[in-house]
Design a protein around this ligand. Structure first.
Ligand SMILES: NC(=O)c1ccc[n+]([C@@H]2O[C@H](COP(=O)([O-])OP(=O)(O)OC[C@H]3O[C@@H](n4cnc5c(N)ncnc54)[C@H](OP(=O)(O)O)[C@@H]3O)[C@@H](O)[C@H]2O)c1
Length: 333
C-alpha cells in the first residue's frame, strides 16, 4: 500500500493522541506525519514509531502535498479550516459534527456503510458521533433482517467524550477539589447529567438530535424513529447505551444473537447468570462494540432490549476514522 502524507489537526487532544497511536498500532502506511495543535502546544513533541514528532501550528502550508488530513480539533476549527484546505488534500476525515449532515458528505462507519466512501464525489468524509457509531453497528444487521421501526436509547457517556478537560474535571472532583475549570454544567463526580451538548427549542439536546439524524443517514432510512436521552456519567472512558428496538417483523432472540455474533466488529458478551455482560472497564482500549443483556421487550409486539458498550475514543473516534482512511485507500488502489 502506498505510503501516505498525513496531517493530524488536534494531535495533542485526547482523540488526536488516540488516533496517532492507532495509526501506529495498525501499521498504517505513513510517509510523512504532520502533527498540528493550538498555539499553546506548538513545539511540544509526541511519540510516533519510537521517535518524537514535533507539533506545528495551523496554517494552509501544512496541508501542501497531504494525502490525508484528520481533523480532531473541534467544530470551530473544522468549520473554518476544512473549506480552506480541502483542495490541498486528497482526503479529509472530519471527527467534528460540522459536516455530518451535509448531503454530499458521506457519514461513515465502514462495517455499516463503507460503500458510501467515494459514492458522494466528496473528498470530505465525516466520522459519526461516538454514541451513534456503536448503535448503528448493532442496528444494521437487525434492520436488514427484521426492519427496525423505532429505537429508544439512553446513553451513559464517559467524561472522555468531552475531551481532556472532561477527564480533568472528574479527576479533580474525585480528589476532593471543589473549585476549578468546569467542563460540565454541574459537578460530575457522584452525579449523572441528563445534559450532553446544548439544549434546543424542543427540549432535546443537540447530542440527542445528532443520534436521531445520524442513525437515519447512515442506515439510509429516514423512516426509523429514534427517541434518545443522552446522559453524562462519572466514568472515565467508554460509552454505554440501554437500547429498546421495535421491529416491523417477528424477531427471535436466537437469530438476533447469531446475527450480532457474526457481525464484523461486534462481540456478544451475554451470560448474565455468570455476571457476563458488557462493561466499560472491559471495553476500554478495545476496538470492538460489546453487546449483551439481550432480552425480549414485552411492552411491544416485536421488540428486544439490549446493552451496548464501546470505547468512544477508539471505535467512536480514532479507530473508525483510520478505518475510513483504510477503506478509501483500498478503493483508490
Ligand atoms: N472525545 C471523544 O470521545 C470524541 C469522539 C468522537 C469525536 N470527537 C471529536 O473530536 C474532536 C476533538 O475532541 P477531543 O475530545 O480530542 O478534544 P480535546 O481533548 O479538547 O482536544 C482538542 C484538540 O484540538 C486542538 N486545538 C484547539 N484549538 C485549536 C486551534 N485553533 N488550532 C489547532 N488546534 C486546536 C487542541 O490543541 P491544544 O493542545 O493546543 O489545546 C487539542 O489538540 C472534537 O471535534 C470532538 O467532537 C471526540
Amino acid at each position: 500500500m502506498k505510503k501516505q502524507n498525513i496531517v493530524v489537526v488536534g494531535a495533542t487532544g485526547i482523540v488526536g493522541r488516540t488516533l496517532v497511536r492507532i495509526l501506529e498500532e495498525r501499521r498504517f502506511p505513513v510517509d510523512r506525519l504532520i502533527l498540528v495543535a493550538g498555539r499553546r502546544s506548538v513545539g511540544k513533541e509526541l511519540p510516533f514509531r519510537g521517535e518524537n514528532a514535533g507539533v506545528a501550528g495551523l496554517s494552509e502550508d501544512v496541508f501542501d502535498g497531504a494525502d490525508l488530513a484528520f481533523f480532531c480539533a473541534g467544530g470551530d476549527v473544522s468549520g473554518e479550516w476544512i473549506p480552506r484546505v480541502r483542495e490541498r488534500c486528497r482526503l479529509v476525515v472530519d471527527l467534528s459534527s460540522v459536516f455530518r449532515m451535509v448531503p454530499d458528505v458521506p457519514l461513515v462507519v465502514p462495517e455499516v456503510n463503507g460503500g458510501d466512501i467515494g459514492a458522494f464525489g466528496s473528498n470530505v468524509i465525516a466520522n459519526p458521533n461516538c454514541s451513534t457509531v456503536p448503535l448503528v453497528m448493532v442496528l444494521k444487521p437487525l434492520h436488514e433482517t427484521f426492519t427496525v421501526r423505532r429505537v429508544t436509547v439512553s446513553t451513559y457517556q464517559a467524561v472522555s467524550g468531552a475531551g481532556q478537560e472532561g477527564i480533568d474535571q472528574l479527576e479533580r472532583e474525585l480528589r476532593g477539589g471543589e473549585t476549578g475549570p468546569m467542563k460540565f454544567p454541574h459537578p460530575i463526580a457522584d452525579n449523572c447529567l441528563p445534559h450532553v451538548d446544548v439544549f434546543l427549542e424542543d427540549g432535546y439536546t443537540k447530542e440527542e438530535h445528532k443520534v436521531i439524524n445520524e442513525v437515519r443517514k447512515i442506515l439510509h432510512d429516514d423512516s426509523i424513529r429514534v427517541a434518545p436521552t443522552c446522559v453524562r456519567v462519572p466514568v472515565r472512558n467508554c460509552h454505554s447505551e440501554s437500547v429498546n428496538i421495535e421491529f416491523e417483523n417477528p424477531v427471535s432472540l436466537g437469530e438476533v444473537r447469531e446475527l450480532l455474533a457474526s457481525s464484523p466488529g461486534v462481540v456478544v458478551r451475554d451470560d448474565p447468570g455468570r455476571g457476563l455482560y458488557p462493561l466499560a472497564r472491559i471495553a476500554s482500549g478495545k476496538d470492538e462494540v460489546f453487546v449483551g443483556r439481550l432480552r425480549s421487550d414485552p411492552s411491544v409486539e416485536h421488540g428486544i432490549a439490549l446493552w451496548i458498550v464501546s470505547d468512544n475514543l477508539r471505535k467512536g473516534a480514532g479507530t473508525n476514522a483510520v478505518q475510513i482512511a483504510e477503506h478509501w485507500m483500498e478503493r483508490d488502489r
